[in-house]
Design a binder for this molecule. Structure first.
Ligand code: IPE
Ligand code: IPE
Ligand code: MG
Length: 259
């Protein structure tokens, strides 16, 4: 309730937004929403700003999106923040992105705590700078007893590497007799992935007009609904998230069956 009040206040108490939220809440809301937050660089370029200005602006959108998802009753929000391929970028850009978790959590952690949000991370921790990992682990620790929205950052995440690692672990467990070949099924294999504790995403959103997955949750998105928009991530608003969910609520999910 407090969260909702704050959101409405921040939105100048826009009644259309409030009505939309209430209408959406009357229908099933996707339990797990995953977002490929793309277009920060192009947003900055359009304004003749350095690319990092786009990443900074994008951080504010992470906050707004998290608060609205929490308010709607979404259980898990997975945000693709940095891929295993993003290390190819210029050093200064990578360094800047790696400072964002500290900046974001330094500012918003109290608000996340207050709103019952639980922070998690999936990705390869070993290659992250110590200061980046420290900020995330602190947030995970401080929010671990919260039971509202799980805000799951995909940071230094890559789906192919994740799948290869899962296969290696399966082979090891098979060799040591922990896992028998006839026990391996889709559910068991899922338990070897970084997402073992989450249900598969119901809805995938990608901003910036790119229609691709860029190595994101290849296994987990097998039956997710996709929603793409040309809007660049820093311009992504509450209205866009609500629109995506409205579209989701009109879709018929058949999972290979017939209705
Ligand atoms: C997404 O925005 C953020 C990250 C990949 C870290 P981009 O930085 O990819 O922005 P564009 O796609 O170049 O506009
Ligand atoms: C995907 O965006 C990764 C993140 C949003 C973190 P990219 O900008 O890296 O994807 P490509 O290179 O356009 O496929
Ligand atoms: Mg991009």
């Amino acid at each position: 309730m407090f969260n909702k009040l704050r959101l409405w206040k921040n939105q100048n108490n826009s009644s259309t937004l409030r009505d939309k939220i209430e209408a959406i809440k009357k229908l099933p809301v996707p339990e797990h929403v995953a977002i490929i937050m793309d277009g920060n660089g192009r947003w900055a370029k359009k304004r003749a700003l350095p690319r990092i200005a786009g990443h900074h602006e994008g951080m504010k959108v992470v906050r707004k999106t998290t608060m609205l998802a929490n308010d709607l009753g979404v259980k898990t929000l997975t945000l693709y923040a940095f891929s295993t391929e993003n290390w190819k970028r210029p050093k200064n850009e990578v360094e800047y992105i790696m400072k964002l978790p500290e900046e974001f959590l330094g500012t918003f952690l109290p608000e996340l705590v207050e709103n019952n949000v639980q922070v998690k991370m999936m990705g390869y921790k070993d290659q992250l700078p110590v200061h980046t990992l420290h900020a995330i682990e602190k947030a995970m620790e401080e929010t671990k007893h919260n039971n509202g929205l799980v805000l799951n950052f995909a940071l230094n995440y890559g789906s192919r590497a994740e799948i290869i690692d899962a296969v290696k672990q399966v082979l090891n467990d098979s060799k040591s007799g922990i896992l028998k070949e006839n026990e391996l099924d889709e559910q068991v294999f899922s338990s070897y992935l970084m997402t073992s504790e989450f249900a598969d995403p119901d809805l995938l959103i990608r901003t910036s007009g790119e229609i691709r997955l860029s190595n994101f949750m290849l296994w987990q998105l097998a039956y997710s609904e996709f929603w793409f928009t040309d809007v660049l991530w820093p311009d992504f608003s509450e209205e866009h998230l609500l629109e995506a969910i409205e579209v989701f609520q009109k879709r018929q999910r058949r999972f290979g069956g017939i209705l």
